[in-house]
Ligand binder design. Sequence first.
Ligand code: ADP
Ligand code: MG
Length: 255
Amino acid sequence: MTQAAQEAVAPPTLVVRGLRKSFGSEEVLQGIDLTVARRELVFVLGPSGSGKSTMLRCCNRLEEPDAGEITLEGDPVTGPKVDVNQLRRRMGMVFQAFNLYPHLSALSNVTLALRKVRGLPRPEAEAMGLTALDRVGLKAKAASYPAHLSGGQQQRVAIARALALEPSVMLFDEPTSALDPELVGDVLAVMQDMKAQGMTMLVVSHEMKFARDAADRVIFMDAGRIVEQGTPEQIFETPHHERTQTFLARFSGRG
Ligand code: ADP
Ligand code: MG
C-alpha cells in the first residue's frame, strides 16, 4: 500500500465519544464528541469555565472521565487496563505555565524524559534533544537555564520537550496566555511550523488570527458542550449560534 492509502484506512488520531466529567455537583463536560484526524489542527474556543482544560486533561487522563470513550490511533485511552504512562508518551502536552526545571539547562529539560522515560543513553537523547530545540529555533540556547530565557523561549523549550518524544498528537492549553504580547508571535510561529510539518494538534487558545491562519476546524465550547464547529471562516464570519456570536463579539478588533 502507498503511504496515502495507509493513511486513508488508519483510524483517526483522537476520537472522543460521550465524554462526561463532574466536579462535585457541577457537570463540566456534558457529553463531548470530537474527532481529530491525522495531521489536522483543531482549534478550541470558548469562555472561561466552559470545560476546555478539563476536556484536554481527560484526553491524557490527567483527569478521570466519568463516562465516555477516548481512543488514540484506535487504541483505548479510557478503561482500567490502559497503561497511562505509555499513553502519555504518545501525547505531547503544552500548558500555559511552562513548568521547566529551573536547575536544568534547556537541553537537559528536553532530554530528561527521553532518558528517564524512554531510557535512551545520553548521547542519543542529546542528539534528539538538539534536533527538537532546533525545530523551535533554540539550538543556540541549549546550555541556557530557564531563568536566562524569555517567557516565549521557555515555552518553546517546553514545546521541544514534548516534540522530542515524537508524539502522535500535541495538546495545547492556552500556550501563549502567560506571555507578554511581543513574545506570542514566536510561539505561534513554531506551532504553525509544526502544523506545516504534519503534526496533529488540538489547541485551546484565544489567538483568533492563528486560528484563521492554521486551523482546519474551529470548535466553540460553552457550558460543557460543543455548541458549534466549522472551518475558521464559517465560525468567524457566519457563526450560527447566538452564544458563539456573543463570545466572538467580545474579541472583535483583537487578534
Ligand atoms: P476552561 O478551561 O474552559 O476555562 P475548565 O475545564 O478549567 O474550563 O473548568 C470547567 C469548570 O470546572 C469550571 O467551573 C472549573 O471551576 C471547574 N473545575 C476545573 N477543574 C476542577 C477541579 N480540579 N476541581 C473542581 N472544579 C474544577
Ligand atoms: Mg482552561
